[in-house]
Design a protein. Structure first.
Length: 475
């Protein structure tokens, strides 16, 4: 852990440079960048990871300040519900009713004061006030200063609703969930499990990678990676998975550039394991971009077989081809097509042996990595997503050979997008059934319930939240 940031000396009469020199530490600039990203997420519904990546690419921040900006964005989004509760006590009104930019600044400061352990309280207040002035919010600097100083003194004495007497209030305020999602989790799992799920969803996830078996076995790579990632260990369920820990950048490793591994969460890796590709087969990945599951399938096939990666987004589809080249996979072809429309042109004279529908979804199983999803997704989005998911499944089976396998997966925990989609599809498709549990890969059996569905839960398995169903078309 780096040393706590110390308060900066006053710079009276000196304007803040609009663009710091490359490599120079500039903590106020890191906060300004974080503020702009949070504004984009709030104002236009931008995806936080994409907005942050673009902002960092344009910045001249040193590595330490890039890390600070990343932590500020992700941490503020992750804990927004908790931060608003705390700020509401010292403001004596809802922070969401303030001017949006001022509210975001207060959340940034509150995160540094009440959650982050890397920043000295005086520096958190000082630098957030400086960021207010640099952002053109001089009129709000006094309010920001007063509120954050009071919060610094009083936050440890503010009590959150207890799980026992007010489970919804506890999950909403202490667990930092929107109330509609907290209600669903309480109904689905009960208070104790829902609270455990909320805690797990607020943790910073470890880095996890998938070994490319065509370029070496897992154990030698694990031993090599431990030199840079001392906490590295084999995944519990994914046969080619390695958990690296929470520090470092695997994308800069020589082994990554050599195509020996791909960054991918363990639950996501298990989808290709469930699909169970066999040498010589022709396989369709219907919603392929950015390609992590496509390349996992191709690695399992080896040189014998073909994976067709289909997606409607040409820009993201290009990422599939790029990653396949890095991994040395010559058995991947890409096709730009909308999976909700006719797919006859994809199949040609030979139907597919296996089809993966990794459907677009709410992403509410990946809150550890994408904390903004909890604030971006609305309950009314779920029926629309489910309609798309059912359309994808219906089209996928039209290009699947009799006796072939169809896997549906989604990185979410909502019944509307998971069980309900599969059950509705099965009720409408008389020639499709669930694959018998005993026919599934043995290593996945502990994750498969009596209903035959695979479920990964952050608080139980230490992975992202995932759902998957293995189906087969009658011969």
């Amino acid at each position: 852990m780096s040393a706590p940031e110390k308060p900066a000396r006053p710079r009276r009469g000196r304007p803040l440079d609009p663009a710091p020199a490359r490599g120079r530490s500039a903590p106020t600039h890191a906060r300004l960048l974080a503020l702009r990203v949070l504004e984009r997420v709030e104002r236009s519904g931008a995806y936080a990871d994409l907005a942050l990546h673009a902002a960092l690419a344009r910045s001249h921040l040193a590595a330490r300040d890039r890390a600070l900006a990343t932590d500020l964005v992700c941490g503020t989004l992750r804990w927004r519900g908790r931060l608003d509760f705390l700020l509401g006590h010292v403001l004596e009104r809802d922070p969401a009713k303030l001017e949006p930019r001022v509210a975001q600044l207060l959340r940034l400061g509150a995160y540094q004061l009440t959650v982050s352990s890397r920043i000295h309280p005086a520096a958190a207040v000082d630098q957030t006030v400086r960021a207010a002035r640099a952002a053109g919010l001089e009129r709000a600097a006094g309010l920001v200063n007063a509120v954050l100083r009071r919060l610094s003194r009083e936050h440890s004495e503010i009590a959150f609703p207890s799980l026992e007497s007010d489970p919804l209030g506890h999950l909403t305020h202490a667990g930092s969930l929107p109330s509609w999602l907290a209600e669903r989790w309480l109904e689905a799992w009960g208070a104790e499990a829902a609270a455990a799920l909320a805690r797990a969803s607020n943790e910073v996830p470890p880095l996890t990678v998938r070994v490319n078996p065509l370029r070496g076995e897992r154990e030698p790579l694990l031993a090599a990676l431990r030199e840079r990632f001392p906490e590295a260990r084999a995944c519990r369920f994914a046969p080619q998975g390695i958990v690296l820990g929470r520090g470092g950048d695997p994308g800069r490793e020589p082994a990554f550039l050599e195509g020996r591994f791909t960054v991918q969460d363990e639950a996501s890796q298990l989808v290709a394991v469930l699909l169970d590709p066999r040498a010589g087969e022709r396989i369709l990945d219907l919603c392929a971009a950015p390609g992590t599951k496509t390349t996992a399938i191709a690695e399992q096939l080896g040189e014998a077989g073909e994976v067709v990666a289909a997606d409607r987004n040409s820009r993201r589809l290009a990422l599939v081809g790029r990653d396949a080249r890095r991994l040395g996979l010559a058995n991947v072809t890409t096709r730009e097509i909308d999976g909700t429309g006719p797919l006859a042109s994809l199949a040609g004279p030979r139907l597919f042996d296996r089809v993966l529908v990794d459907a677009p979804c709410s992403g509410l199983g990946t809150l550890r990595r994408n904390p903004d999803a909890r604030w971006r997704v609305r309950p009314e989005d779920l029926p629309r997503l489910a309609e798309t998911q059912r359309a994808l499944l219906g089209n996928a089976v039209s290009v699947l050979r009799p006796g072939g396998t169809l896997v549906y997966s989604a990185c979410t925990l909502t019944r509307e997008e998971n069980e309900a989609v599969v059950e509705a599809f099965l009720s409408e498709s008389k020639d499709v059934r669930r694959k018998p549990v005993e026919s599934l890969p043995g290593g996945l059996r502990p994750l498969v319930a009596e209903d035959g569905f695979l479920r990964c839960l952050p608080h139980v398995h230490g992975t992202d939240g995932f759902f998957a169903a293995a189906l087969e078309r009658a011969s």
